[in-house]
Design a protein around this ligand. Structure first.
Ligand SMILES: *C/C=C(C)/C=C/C=C(C)/C=C/C1=C(C)CCCC1(C)C
Length: 244
């Protein structure tokens, strides 16, 4: 038996990064099972929304399984898996906004606007973290602009307008989801600032490169748990209130 390989699977008690990957994986799995099983207790009107909540956490669970193993074996940031995960799950969060406001007349062009902005946000973030790290500040700023556009749409733009006309429960849930976008999603640029050499417009908060990437992973892992599971639970709660 290969003992070194077995040892690589042991999480050292001070390895907080590996710990958050492990917890993240378990939490996403549990949330997925919950959302999937609850579909049968959900009124037809909200089934697709709860299904999408489950898909978001399920896709994350699979990625976390890989990210956990990758990080444990290499000690490095699983940047590639991270961004594949986000590229699938963030557009699905846009789908949630669309499905909720669809009852009040949302058109698919609103969905495409949200998805396009989220892809710009993620592709530029990926460039800043990987192939063009020297220009991480520039990519971070472009990514941030796309992020603000999404926040604008859900706080004041079409999503907010439509939600107002969709009944009290939908309006309230949309407001809560908008808070997730404004506060929950703001966790991510913080991780980016901690982890990339450009820092906050040149101000390097963590100078040791290994420590910087560890800090970034922990912040991203917290962000994912808050946003993916929290977002899904808001949609779930809405599905319980609006029984029809
Ligand atoms: C489940 C995953 C979610 C909700 C991921 C969200 C990611 C972001 C909001 C990332 C935003 C970024 C910026 C606004 C600037 C710096 C680069 C990013 C990609 C970290």
């Amino acid at each position: 038996m290969n003992l070194t390989l077995l040892n690589a699977q042991v999480i050292a008690s001070d390895n907080y990064v590996a710990f958050t990957f492990f917890i993240g994986c378990m939490a996403m799995m549990a949330a997925s099972v919950f959302f999937f099983f609850e579909i049968q207790n959900t009124s037809v009107k909200w089934r697709t929304s709860v299904l999408v909540s489950g898909l978001i956490t399920f896709i994350a669970a699979v990625h976390y399984y890989y990210m956990r193993g990758y990080n444990l074996e290499t000690g490095e940031s699983p940047t590639f898996f991270r961004y594949v995960d986000w590229t699938l799950t963030v557009p699905l969060m846009c789908v949630e906004f669309y499905l909720i406001t669809k009852k009040a007349g949302a058109k698919t062009d609103l969905l495409w606007k949200l998805i396009f902005a989220s892809l710009v946000m993620l592709v530029t973030g990926y460039l800043g973290e990987t192939v063009d790290r020297e220009k991480s500040v520039m990519w971070g700023v472009i990514s941030g602009l796309a992020y603000f556009y999404i926040a604008y749409l859900v706080w004041f733009g079409e999503v907010a307008q439509l939600a107002k006309g969709a009944g009290e429960a939908v309006a309230k849930a949309t407001k809560t989801l908008a808070w997730f976008v404004l506060v929950g999603w703001a966790i991510y640029p913080l991780g980016y600032i901690l982890g990339t050499p450009g820092g906050l417009f040149g101000l390097q908060l963590v100078s040791d490169p290994a420590a910087a990437s560890h800090a970034m992973d922990i912040v991203y892992n917290i962000g994912d748990a808050v946003n993916k599971i929290g977002f899904g639970l808001v949609v779930y709660a809405l599905s319980r209130k609006e029984v029809a």
